[in-house]
Design a protein around this ligand. Structure first.
Ligand SMILES: Cc1cc2nc3c(=O)[nH]c(=O)nc-3n(C[C@H](O)[C@H](O)[C@H](O)COP(=O)(O)OP(=O)(O)OC[C@H]3O[C@@H](n4cnc5c(N)ncnc54)[C@H](O)[C@@H]3O)c2cc1C
Length: 319
C-alpha cells in the first residue's frame, strides 16, 4: 500500500483550481496503488477548504497555518510532512509557487523529480509520468527510480473528478523551520486582471492586431467572458503589449479550457506554450495559417469584424 501526498494552494483567500486537479489525480493514483490521498494545504484558514477537497477525492486534509508564502518554508513543511507520513509519491502543482518550492522538496527528500507533467499512469507498482518535450513536439514517458518520487503537474491538464474521499482533517505541527530569506513584497506585472497561467479562458492577439490601439478590443472580450489577455511574441516585440502577456516557448506555458487565438499564425514557438489547451479557437483571415492544424474551431475571417460581433453576442447572453 502506498499513500500519495498532494499539495494544494490557496490564493487571496480562495482555493486555487489546481488544488482540485492534483487532488483528483492523486486520488486516482492512490486507489490504483491501494493507498489513500492526503492533501497538504498551507495557508491561513486552510481547514475551511477541507470539504471542497474531500468532494474531489481527499481522504485526509493536512493543514498548516502560515500567513505568507516563502518557498524555503513551504519546502521545509512539505518535506517534513512527507517524512512524517512516509509518503513515497508526492504530487505538487507546476504553478509559479510550485516551480519555486518543488525542486527544494525533491532535494530535501533525496527524491527524483519530473516537472510539468500532463499525465500520470500506474504501471505495476510504479508511476509513469508523461510530459511534453522539445516545445511540445514530442512526449517523454518517465519513470523515477528513487524511493521517494516527486511530480509537478501542469495546471489545467487534469480532470477534476467526482469520487469523494474520507475527508478527515489533521492540523500538522510542522513549522516553517530554518528560513534564510524573506519576501519583502510582490507586485503583479502587466496589469492582467486574470492570471494567464491560472485562466480557464484566454484570448490572445498577434501581429494581425496591427497595433497597440487594438488590444483594448480584445480586453473588452476578455472582460465580458472572464478571460485573461495573451499575446504572441510578434505583438510583444513590436511593443504593443508587455512581455508578461506573451504565450509560447519564451513566454508563458498555458493550458486553459479554451484558447482563442486572434490574428496569430501558429508558429511552433507559440504553440509550444498553448498547444495543450483543451479547445483552441482560431480567428485568422488566412485559411492556410498553421494554427488551423491544431484548432478545434476555426474562423477564416477578418478579426476586426469577428471579435466585436462575438463580444456583442456574449454581452447579450451573459448580461
Ligand atoms: C527562439 C524563438 C523563441 C520564440 N518564442 C516565441 C514565443 O514564446 N511566443 C510566440 O508567440 N512566438 C515566439 N517566437 C516567434 C515565432 O517564431 C513567430 O514569429 C511569432 O509567433 C509570430 O507571431 P504572430 O503569429 O502574431 O505573427 P505572424 O506569424 O505574422 O502572424 C500574423 C497572423 O495574423 C493574420 N492576420 C493578419 N491580419 C488579420 C486580420 N485582420 N484578421 C485575422 N487574421 C489576420 C495573418 O494571416 C497571420 O496568420 C519565437 C521565435 C524564436 C526564434
Amino acid at each position: 500500500m502506498a499513500n500519495v501526498l498532494v499539495v494544494g494552494e490557496i490564493k487571496d483567500g480562495a482555493l486555487k483550481k489546481i488544488s482540485k486537479e492534483v487532488t483528483s489525480t492523486g486520488k486516482k493514483i492512490a486507489s490504483q496503488l491501494g493507498g489513500q490521498v492526503e492533501v497538504l494545504l498551507i495557508g491561513e484558514g486552510a481547514d475551511k477548504f477541507a470539504s471542497e477537497l474531500s468532494a474531489v477525492g481527499a481522504d485526509k486534509v493536512i493543514t498548516v497555518n502560515l500567513a505568507d508564502f516563502n518557498p524555503e518554508a513551504y519546502a521545509n513543511i512539505i518535506a517534513g510532512v512527507a517524512k512524517e507520513k512516509g509518503s513515497s509519491f508526492i504530487i505538487l502543482p507546476h504553478t509559479g509557487q510550485g516551480k519555486d518550492y518543488s525542486p527544494r522538496v525533491a532535494v530535501k527528500l533525496g527524491a527524483g523529480i519530473v516537472a510539468d507533467v500532463v499525465e500520470l499512469k500506474v504501471d505495476g507498482g510504479n508511476v509513469i509520468a508523461r510530459k511534453p518535450i522539445y516545445s511540445g513536439k514530442a512526449f517523454a514517458n518517465i519513470q523515477i527510480n528513487t524511493g521517494v518520487k516527486v511530480f509537478t503537474i501542469r495546471p489545467n491538464s487534469q480532470e477534476v473528478g467526482s469520487t469523494a474521499g474520507a475527508g478527515a482533517i489533521e492540523a500538522s505541527s510542522q513549522t516553517a523551520g530554518d528560513v534564510k530569506t524573506k519576501i519583502a513584497s510582490t507586485e503583479l506585472s502587466g496589469g492582467n486582471k486574470v492570471q494567464l497561467t491560472e485562466a480557464s479562458i484566454i484570448v490572445s492577439g498577434g501581429r494581425g492586431l496591427k497595433g497597440p490601439e487594438n488590444f483594448p478590443m480584445l480586453q473588452e472580450l476578455c472582460d465580458t467572458i472572464g478571460a485573461a489577455l495573451g499575446a504572441s511574441r510578434a505583438a510583444v516585440d513590436a511593443g504593443w503589449i508587455s512581455h508578461s502577456h506573451q504565450v509560447g516557448q519564451t513566454g508563458k506555458t498555458v493550458s486553459p479550457n479554451c484558447y482563442i487565438a486572434c490574428g496569430i499564425s501558429g508558429s511552433i514557438q507559440h504553440m509550444a506554450g498553448m498547444g495543450s489547451s483543451k479547445y483552441i479557437v482560431a480567428i485568422n483571415k488566412d485559411g492556410d495559417a498553421p494554427i488551423f492544424k491544431v484548432a478545434t474551431f476555426g474562423v477564416v475571417a477578418d478579426l476586426f469584424e469577428v471579435v466585436p460581433a462575438v463580444t456583442k453576442e456574449f454581452k447579450k447572453v451573459l448580461g
